[in-house]
Design a protein around this ligand. Structure first.
Ligand SMILES: [Zn+2]
Length: 198
């Protein structure tokens, strides 16, 4: 999600998976979360954002449209979380964890609002230039670091779910995407999906 009235992705400068992975790795290091740490508790992580000029706000009733769990206001460096999402993230609920890092991805990947003015016909935006695909990929790389998965030999959905506190769907997509990449198939990874933050 990217702004209270936006439910679909917008065209942003294209990024490859490897580029998004580099950003996720860099941000983890900045926040003192080395890749080999793997899982990290979300509550203290959110609290540490202020050290880097990122503000989180808990949305009041009516601040977010029904069904929207969070949004990002890049020009203000603000991430707005529903009260429920914040509470669940602090309890390390898999879906809420993914939602929080998805929003952080919009900031980390500099998804400035200037890019959002453009309207495009359905299907005209390629996955790798879609703000939602990029933010989902950032969350996957951040929460399930490839180097850590390889070091620990995590190759099954169950392994990944248990290790990183992610949903079954997120773990399954990660395992499947990495398997395709290893097989040399040019998978675009996760497609652009509305409200697709498992
Ligand atoms: Zn989003």
């Amino acid at each position: 999600m990217f702004g209270p009235s936006v439910t679909n992705g917008f065209r942003v400068p294209p990024r490859r998976t490897a580029d998004i992975r580099r950003h996720a790795t860099h941000v983890r290091r900045l926040f003192g979360l080395p890749l080999e740490q793997g899982f990290f508790p979300m509550g203290p992580f959110i609290e540490s954002w202020t050290e880097w000029g990122i503000t989180y706000d808990i949305a009041s009733a009516g601040d977010l449209p029904p069904g929207v769990e969070a949004c990002c206001l890049p020009e203000k460096g603000v991430i707005l979380l529903s009260e429920r999402t914040y509470d669940m993230a602090c309890r390390d609920n898999p879906r809420a964890r993914f939602t929080v890092i998805h929003e952080l991805g919009h900031l980390a990947l500099s998804h400035a609002r200037a890019f959002h003015r453009e309207t495009a016909a359905p299907g005209a935006i390629k996955p790798y230039e879609d703000s939602e695909w990029q933010a989902n990929q950032f969350a996957a790389e951040f929460l399930m670091p490839l180097a850590d998965m390889q070091r620990k030999g995590l190759t099954t959905t169950n392994d990944v779910m248990l290790e990183y506190h992610v949903s079954h769907a997120a773990a399954q997509r990660r395992v499947s995407q990495l398997a395709k990449m290893q097989n040399g198939i040019t998978g675009k990874g996760f497609g652009a999906r509305q409200r697709s933050k498992p």
